[in-house]
Design a protein around this ligand. Structure first.
Ligand code: SD4
Length: 325
């Protein structure tokens, strides 16, 4: 059969079975072995991913870049005092300091990060400046603050009355045991695929509540809290940063996708690796989300209770991450 007749026959078959429209296109593309890409699409961790994704979507739906989208997206929870685990209003460390970690990575493997940064509401935008305006990847502490001030970011008090009150209550017992606690593990990690087919990601957090002064988690560490490879896909993590750093978790997820695993399976295999390396995971929570070049996505975590938000042409969704336990 010549290719034109084959095309017509396949078209008719697709239209009959599926009634035309997008499903037909997908089935037809599948028949010819040409995968249809779901783009643009943005996914991010936890409930606060919904308003964050909406801000990213405004950019993605106008054919803006994934990089601009993820920065704009995660700035939403960074500025929201109700989100107690990211940016302004985040829980302080045990001494009452709000210290922030963030990183960003683009389609060309450029990346920037800040860690142990205080007094700046939008660490993700400082991380982007580190990426774009310096020859370095990461600035920390006083140096990161100095750089942010030089770049014109305002110095602000990030400890809200609500977080201060909770911290003072915590001080009465001062017990810090990083156990599974959704309130303690609400970093936002966001991954986007833009209309051009390019990926980017961002991750930002106030870290574990009442942590030791100076403690830095996985979230600002490229490869641990976030990794993007524009040929393959992107991944980001939430949960107990120490466990994610040990496995270089997000890089692991991307490499597992490179080996042909779906985003969800790659997240599951990475979670299983973390479980295998820890004697007792009863009190350990880690969750990953991943997005590949085709716009397919998935998430997986150790214990149930982790969710992630998705926005694409099909609409807005909040999905429960599958879990090992
Ligand atoms: C950290 N991974 O600092 C972060 C914590 C987290 O939601 O995910 N919070 O270890």
């Amino acid at each position: 059969m010549n290719s034109r007749r084959k095309f017509i026959k396949l078209s008719a078959l697709g239209a009959t079975i599926l009634g035309g429209g997008f499903p037909f296109e997908r089935a037809f593309a599948g028949t010819l072995g040409v995968a249809k890409t779901n783009k643009p699409v943005v996914i991010s961790t936890w409930n606060h991913g919904i308003p964050a994704n909406a801000a990213a979507w405004e950019i993605l739906s106008q054919k803006g870049s994934a990089l601009d989208a993820v920065e704009a997206g995660v700035r939403v929870p960074e500025a929201d005092p109700e989100v107690r685990t990211v940016g302004y209003g985040g829980y302080p460390d045990r001494e009452g300091h709000v210290t922030l970690d963030a990183c960003i990575m683009d389609k060309d493997s450029n990346c920037g990060a800040v860690a142990f940064l205080q007094h700046i509401k939008h660490p993700i935008s400082v991380a982007r400046k580190v990426m774009e305006d310096t020859p370095h990847v990461m600035l920390v502490g006083e140096g990161a603050l100095q750089f942010a001030l030089e770049k014109g970011f305002p110095k602000e008090n990030l400890l809200t009355p609500a977080s201060e009150k909770d911290w003072k209550n915590w001080l009465r017992e001062s017990k810090y045991k990083p156990v599974i606690n959704i309130e303690n593990h609400d970093t936002i990690g966001m991954l986007a695929l833009d209309a051009n087919g390019d990926l980017a990601g961002a991750c930002t957090t106030s870290g574990a509540a009442y942590k030791m002064y100076g403690r830095v988690g996985d979230s600002p560490i490229i490869g641990a809290g976030l990794f993007v490879d524009n040929e393959v896909g992107a991944a980001t993590a939430t949960g107990l940063g120490e466990a994610v750093i040990r496995m270089v978790g997000s890089h692991l997820v991307v490499e597992l996708m490179r080996q042909g695993n779906s985003p969800e399976k790659a997240c599951r295999l990475a979670v299983e690796r973390i479980i295998a390396k820890h004697k007792d995971v009863k009190d350990l929570q880690v969750g990953f989300i991943a997005l590949n070049k085709k716009g397919e996505y998935g998430g997986y975590c150790i214990h149930k209770g982790f969710n992630y938000a998705v926005q694409d042409h099909a609409g807005v969704k909040l999905l429960d991450g599958k879990s090992k336990f």
